[in-house]
Design a protein around this ligand. Structure first.
Ligand code: SF4
Ligand code: SF3
Length: 545
């Protein structure tokens, strides 16, 4: 069958090879190709901005942020709205033309830097020839996509930091220079491997920036018990990862009689001191993103999607779904505002007032807030537990959740872990085991949740701190194993960052990325000991050996 599209950027890609007829995520062929075109024109624009910087000319933060959001909108499950992609392609071409006029030396620019068009027909035609398969050599393609997906992940961190008025021109410049390099047919496999690691290095800088932005704005996460039941008022459910959106919504709902609940990756917002002052910020509703069809139905009130992961909504609740920022879905109202601008959520609040209170689907509390600052405060306790042998090993089980049944492995793995082990987690992967009663070790819970996938940086800092405390030369000498669940591209930048920090023997599941060619996978296995997963019993033996 002829390919209508080609996308293999996420773990759920069809047949573990690529979505070619329709996205498993719900992405249509037209949308997939328009996303490919947006990535292509963003690379062309990045070549021009990189040249401008080399000529000593300034690139505005507006242009930096524009390129960043372009990448972010193409992340799995972030934005399904074709119109937004047409608009962004159009705007990218306009900005590129303006910047080309400022460039003194236009020699040897790539086709992507020079391509221009104005009609939809021209966009559609171009979109058919600029996708992933335009790179014929499978190893070069694999490395180009690995880097592109890393940059998409990094764009998410940058965008959230930008919303809080934190920025880093060097990270933006690197992202754009790297995008431009992905157009260069002269780069060898070895050069692209080096660029992959460099992307991991800058990934750490991006994560550090976002950590500063979040903690500088909202304080350091603290150990917190979060209610998972419901109250009697109507509510608004906030999903995705953007804390600035949540803050604005909490301010605007004060005194309205409407409660605010977190969903999926918004859960860690409860850990920040700044959000504890809101009495109407009442709890977390539901689980990871992929269960939203049932949970949004029973929530009864409006839902605000601030970023990924959107599951194409059912008609029964679609009129209650709103998007903002990089998120979008055709037919769902989009609330405008970028870079921390004031957003007007009044329509959502008015709708909430007319809705019934959420239906309770569970009750009780879950505990989290073990980000780096909080764990450092508990460091003596943790170190004593390790020294006394009460804690034998830590398992980093951060990452993503997803709908594949094979992901039950992670629940079974958590249950099967010996009682003298502790899970360090971040991201929506936690929902596979954060409601199990796994107990504690000398008062330290056996599941330590550092926060969102965006907070994976905390886990790296904790590992580096332990290395220092135990006076080890090599991070791999720590009693820490990495059994990471991945789904979308933010997990890719976390992986590249961990590799840059020297972490070896990371296991990735439930399947290895389809975008790794056999040769690229071999490089990762031989140099970094990257591996997949098998079954709980064998993997436990391997990890505990
Ligand atoms: Fe397929 Fe994933 Fe791409 Fe969606 S994002 S089209 S599921 S590979
Ligand atoms: Fe989850 Fe989408 Fe990756 Fe943020 S919400 S971890 S999958």
């Amino acid at each position: 069958m002829e390919n209508k599209m080609f996308c293999f950027q996420c773990q759920e890609t069809a047949g573990c090879t690529g979505c070619t007829q329709f996205g498993v995520c719900g992405k249509s062929p037209d949308l997939a190709r328009m996303q490919d075109l947006l990535v292509y024109v963003s690379k062309g624009l990045s070549e021009v901005t990189t040249r401008l910087r080399k000529e000593g000319k300034e690139v505005s933060s507006e242009v930096n942020h524009f390129i960043t959001i372009n990448l972010f909108t193409t992340i799995t499950n972030a934005n399904f709205d074709d119109e937004i992609f047409y608009e962004r392609v159009k705007r990218a071409l306009e900005i590129k033309e303006e910047l080309l006029n400022k460039l003194s030396n236009k020699d040897c620019l790539s086709e992507a830097a020079l391509w221009n068009a104005t009609t939809r027909e021209e966009y559609d035609e171009k979109s058919k020839v600029v996708g992933v398969l335009a790179t014929k050599d499978e190893d070069i393609r694999s490395l180009r996509e690995l880097i592109t997906y890393g940059l998409k992940g990094l764009s998410a961190y940058m965008k959230h930091a930008n919303e809080l008025s934190y920025d880093n021109e060097e990270v933006s410049a690197f992202m754009q220079e790297t995008l431009a390099k992905l157009l260069n047919d002269n780069l060898t496999v070895d050069e692209l491997v080096a660029l992959t690691l460099e992307t991991g290095k800058v990934g750490v800088d991006g994560m550090a920036l976002l950590d500063n932005a979040n903690t500088g704005t909202y304080g350091h996460p603290e150990v917190t018990k979060v209610n998972i039941g419901v109250k009697n008022n109507p509510g608004i459910l906030v999903s995705g990862h953007d804390l600035k959106d949540l803050e604005q919504l909490l301010e605007q709902t004060k005194g309205t009689g409407v409660d605010v609940y977190t969903h999926s990756e918004m859960l860690p917002a409860h850990y920040y001191p700044a959000f504890k002052k809101y009495d109407h910020f009442v709890g977390n509703y539901g689980n990871a993103w992929w269960k939203q069809k049932e949970e949004f139905e029973s929530f009864n009130g409006p839902i605000l999607m601030t970023t990924n992961c959107i599951v194409p909504p059912k008609d029964s609740y679609k009129d209650r779904v709103f998007t903002t920022g990089a998120a979008g879905f055709p037919g769902c109202k989009h609330i405008d505002g970028i870079d921390g601008e004031a957003k007007d959520f009044s329509e959502i609040i008015e709708l909430a007032k007319t809705c019934k209170a959420p239906i309770e689907i569970e009750n009780g509390e879950i505990i989290g807030g073990f980000a780096h600052n909080q764990v450092m405060q508990l460091a003596d306790k943790v170190v004593d537990a390790v020294k006394s042998g009460a804690i034998k090993k830590f398992f980093v089980m951060a990452g993503c959740d997803g709908r594949a049944k094979s992901r039950n492995y992670y629940t079974d793995f958590a249950k099967a872990l010996p009682k003298d082990t502790v899970i360090l987690t971040a991201g929506c992967a936690k929902y596979k085991y954060n409601k199990l009663d796994l107990g504690d070790i000398a008062g330290i819970p056996r599941v330590l949740d550092a926060g969102q996938c965006n907070d994976s940086y905390s886990l790296a800092l904790i590992a580096l701190k332990l290395k220092e405390v135990f006076e080890l030369q090599d991070i791999n000498d720590l009693p820490i194993a990495f059994n990471i669940a991945w789904y979308e591209q933010k997990a890719v930048i976390v992986l590249l960052s961990l590799l840059y920090l020297g972490v070896k023997n990371i296991h990735l599941g439930p399947t290895l990325p389809a975008f790794l060619s056999p040769n690229v996978a071999k490089v990762l296995v031989e140099n970094f000991g990257i591996g997949g997963i098998t079954n709980v019993e064998d993997d436990l033996k391997m990890f505990l050996a």
